[in-house]
Design a protein around this ligand. Structure first.
Ligand code: SIN
Length: 488
């Protein structure tokens, strides 16, 4: 296929990008999928969590919505969360029809797991904690075989191009342009900007900067979710995520004295903060995750990874501590993934529909990739063809070729961990405003405007939640300070 004929250009080949691409080709569109990594090399590949969906007899979308809203600490955009909870069961069904094999119980029904903040079992997995791997393999294979999809692997997008107030395509690192009626960014999150993270090194928010420089709004960048149980180890295993699902199967969190100190299945912000507090109180760099009573057959890849790091979870507790894990903020979108620039869309972790509020409910994010990936594809295929081919200039008028995308330095990552970690202060956030990496400055700016503590954002100088900020999102545009606004 000639990329000149592209109707939809999808950037990123994680769960959201692959599914958006497949959804668009199934609607008859021609798609170019650009991926910086080889197919099946995205962050989603490593996802251990599953898909949250109300599938059991004792569950309902209403109950799922109630849990999502409770976890989100007064900041969930109800319209988006309702769509997620209503449409997640059909997304699971569709994935199964596409050949994804989800785990079943002995009677052949979907096996449903439990994670923090869920009032009933509703997490669907594939291959235990190998859900991401199974999904990405299957969806990558389908995209690779799809005549309507052209896949550009190992290619990096350096700019969203535009004309007459709308996106018209993207420019690649080598200067080539792709013209398309719609651009869907599915570039993943930004947790690897923090020095301690569960994410692979590429998760530095590149897509957020592409959108920002195209003059699309970003939102809620202060809302980084910290996962409570990332392994503390001296070598390459440091930061390895031990899925929350092990706590759903009975694993316990214990302090240095062997005592429990938190409800292991409370929402994630609460558990992460309790772990951090207990580490400070006991002057320890970790707490213990005791999964000795958990059936190792349920989590074969977790057990194997821990063993290869020299930890035998069947015999000894696993040292864990919080790490940056998931960006709840991102490119501000409507309920069809539309960014604030016409023709530009965002789905998956790089997007911010507002559905996660200030604290994402575990495993809502994979469901979001499919529910909103399909919705964005439906809207994108209806975009009119661009009047102009992709131009030489990005939307801000700069020559993108003159500005290779910057990378955060180790000192920026250390500074973000120190000043915008589980606890922040106005002084620390202001210190980040001089950081050379633009996204660090934007995260700090959003953190400064939110003068309260809520969910993942804990300010020591504003320890209380301000009810006046319920439902308000920090929106930031190039050339303007962030402002808090209400989303319907
Ligand atoms: C986990 O399995 O604990 C992580 C998945 C998620 O972030 O929802």
């Amino acid at each position: 296929m000639n990329s000149d004929a592209t109707q939809v250009c999808v950037v990123g080949a994680g769960a959201a990008g692959l599914y958006a691409a497949l959804s668009a080709t199934r609607l008859g569109a021609r798609v170019t999928l650009v991926s910086a990594t080889p197919l099946a090399g995205s962050s989603s590949y490593w996802a251990q969590g599953g898909l949250a969906a109300a599938l059991s007899a004792e569950d309902s979308p209403e109950l799922h919505l109630r849990d999502t809203v409770a976890a989100g600490r007064g900041m969930v955009r109800l319209s988006a969360a309702k769509i997620l909870c209503d449409e997640a069961p059909a997304a699971v069904e569709d994935l199964a029809s596409l050949g994804v094999r989800f785990d079943a119980d002995r009677r052949g029904r979907l096996a449903l797991g439990l994670e923090g903040g869920h009032s009933v079992r509703r997490i669907v997995h594939a291959g235990g904690a190998a859900t991401g791997r199974r999904l990405i393999r299957q969806l990558s294979a389908l995209v690779a075989q799809d005549d309507r999809a052209e896949v550009l692997e190992g290619r990096r997008v350096t700019a969203v191009l535009g004309a007459e107030g709308r996106a018209t395509g993207v420019r690649l690192e080598d200067g080539a342009g792709i013209t398309s009626a719609a651009v869907i960014l599915a570039t993943g999150g930004a947790a690897a900007l923090w020095a301690r993270t569960t994410n692979p090194p590429g998760a530095i928010g590149g897509g957020l900067l592409l959108a920002y420089h195209a003059r699309a709004a970003l939102a809620d960048l202060e809302m980084m979710q910290f996962h409570p149980t990332a392994v503390v180890a001296p070598d390459g295993a440091d930061g390895f995520l031990v899925t929350e699902a092990v706590r759903g199967e009975g694993a316990l969190l214990l302090d240095a004295g062997g005592d429990r100190f938190v409800d292991e299945l409370a929402p994630r912000d609460e558990v992460a903060r309790a772990v951090q507090r207990r580490m400070i109180e006991t002057r320890s760099d970790s707490v213990a995750l005791d999964m000795r009573d958990v059936d190792p057959a349920l989590f074969p890849n977790v057990v194997t990874a821990l063993r290869s790091a020299g930890i035998d979870p069947e015999r000894e507790p696993v040292p864990v501590a919080p790490a940056a894990h998931y960006m709840m903020g991102g490119i501000a979108t409507d309920l069809y993934g539309r960014a604030t620039l016409h023709g530009l869309y965002a789905v998956g972790e790089c997007s911010c529909t507002g559905l996660h509020g200030a604290n994402r409910l575990a495993s809502n994010s994979l469901s979001e990739c499919f529910v909103f990936g399909a919705r964005a594809a439906r809207a994108a295929v209806g975009e009119p063809p661009p009047g102009h081919p992709a131009g030489d200039r990005d939307r801000s008028g700069r020559d993108p070729l003159a500005e290779p995308p910057p990378s955060p330095s180790p000192p920026s990552r250390e500074a973000l961990w120190r000043q915008a970690g589980l606890e922040r202060s106005g002084d620390g956030l202001r210190a980040l405003m001089d950081d050379p990496y633009p996204l660090v400055r934007l995260i700090a700016a959003c953190g400064l405007v939110r003068t309260e503590s809520r969910g993942a954002h804990r300010r020591v100088d504003y320890p209380a939640t301000d009810p006046a900020l319920d439902g308000r999102h920090a929106r930031v545009l190039e050339g303007a300070d962030p402002a808090l606004e209400r989303w319907d």
